[in-house]
Design a protein around this ligand. Structure first.
Ligand code: NAD
Ligand code: DAU
Length: 349
């Protein structure tokens, strides 16, 4: 049995990932550590909550003592670090928690992994680790900053993050790299583009627009709506992480993207059309401060070296996602009923 520490597994991507891994492999034991912020939701994991190969622990990745205890108790082979504050608009409202969770939290995990996996932990010059261990950091394409009309992000580009969120993710990305270069900790870093799919919190563009359409509420489009993102279905992202975890070369960074650039307004119009609503719902609102104009991922490295490529077309992925939200109205009702209501009012009203 291989024991995997998945952090942030009650969130959107982490919960999709845990379910995929448990289905795909019979010899994986998953320990999900999540402190259940507004974005963490155990309902996302309801179908596997009683699996004997799955354990949930409510804990904060910033809690050094507890994280070390968990490393003592479970013989983790892999760490997959999803836990983060993930929403750009919230990072503009309240940057501090982005630094503590995304940067310090990551360093807490790295230090615990180093100390528990190192064969000679007291020898600072030794770079020998237990066989096959790996720390996988789920980073983001936003660390590169923004693109103009041309070009794509490649792994060798310098990092130029523009929001407190992306700056915190870039810092985490760099500290992971430093643990590899200085201490020899086996790592991979993935930098993925915008995800969409089931269980995404409705603060993000696609589920927010679906939810507002269903409630005949205004659709708040920032600025001119011509910002471009490269959309990827969450299941394709999870498969890519799986490929990197098992086949990624030590110390390497892998971009993950959907080859699927779309302007925000195109997506909003597609959702309106699919749901049979009126474009009169569109409301152009003040732009996001520091708003990145365009992201586009060059997938060459992961597709050539690890034979991964996206399987969903955007049309089928979005249709399936809209259907999921239609079929899961109770889920969305529950997640928008708490604190999120206040955030939405502050942000949009
Ligand atoms: P999410 O906000 O849906 O989930 C984050 C999870 O982390 C939640 O369950 C939350 O409770 C947990 N968490 C937050 N702070 C924690 C802490 N201090 N200790 C323990 N758990 C904590 O985010 P997501 O969209 O699923 O993103 C997951 C990861 O993927 C993040 O690291 C994000 O930066 C990265 N990423 C996201 C996307 C995207 O499009 N959503 C794209 C690329 C990379
Ligand atoms: O690129 C990967 C990143 O994608 C991840 O690292 C982040 O965790 C994730 O949140 C996402 O960041 P974005 O800022 O690109 O996603 P968001 O869904 O917030 O916004 C997508 C685009 O839509 C962006 O250009 C802003 C715009 N937007 C968003 C919202 C919520 C609107 O026009 N109106 C809105 O109400």
């Amino acid at each position: 049995m291989k024991t995997v520490l998945v952090t942030g597994g009650a969130g959107f991507i982490g919960s999709n990932y845990i379910k995929l891994m448990l289905k795909k492999f019979n010899d994986y034991q998953i320990v999900n550590v999540d402190n259940l912020t507004y974005a963490g939701n155990l309902e996302n994991l309801a179908e596997i909550q009683n699996y004997n190969r799955y354990t949930f622990i409510k804990a904060d990745i910033r809690n050094r003592k507890l994280i070390n205890k968990l490393f003592d108790k479970y013989n983790f082979k892999y760490v997959v670090n999803f836990a983060a504050e993930s929403h750009v608009d919230r990072s503009i409202e309240e940057p501090e928690v982005f630094l503590t969770t995304n940067v310090i939290g990551t360093q807490v995990l790295l230090e615990a992994a180093k100390n528990h996996w190192k064969i000679y932990p007291d020898d600072k010059y030794s770079t020998e680790y237990n066989d096959g261990v790996k720390f996988l950091q789920v980073s983001t394409d936003e660390v590169y900053g923004a693109l103009g009309k041309e070009g794509m992000f490649v792994e060798t580009m310098p990092l130029k993050p523009n929001s407190p969120y992306s700056a915190s993710k870039a810092s985490a990305d760099l500290i992971v790299r430093a643990y590899n270069r200085t201490f020899g900790l086996p790592i991979n870093i993935t930098r993925c583009s915008n995800n969409y799919g089931p269980y995404q919190f409705p603060e993000k563009l696609i589920p927010l627009m679906i939810n507002n359409c269903l409630n005949d509420e205004n659709l708040p489009v920032y600025g001119d709506g011509m910002q471009i993102r490269d959309w990827l279905h969450v299941k394709d992202h999870c498969e890519a992480i799986n490929a990197v975890l098992h086949k990624g070369q030590d110390g390497e960074i892998y971009n993950i993207g959907g080859n699927n650039e779309k302007a925000n307004i195109e997506i909003v119009r597609l959702i309106i059309k699919t749901l049979g609503k009126s474009e009169n719902l569109i409301k152009y609102v003040k732009d996001r401060p520091g708003h990145d104009r365009r992201y586009a991922i060059d997938n060459t490295k992961i597709s050539k070296e690890l034979s991964w490529k996206p399987s969903y077309t955007f049309a089928e992925g979005v249709e399936e996602t809209i259907q999921w939200y239609l079929d899961n109205s109770k889920w969305i009702e529950n997640v928008v009923s708490g604190d999120y209501k206040n955030f939405y009012l502050r942000m949009y009203k």
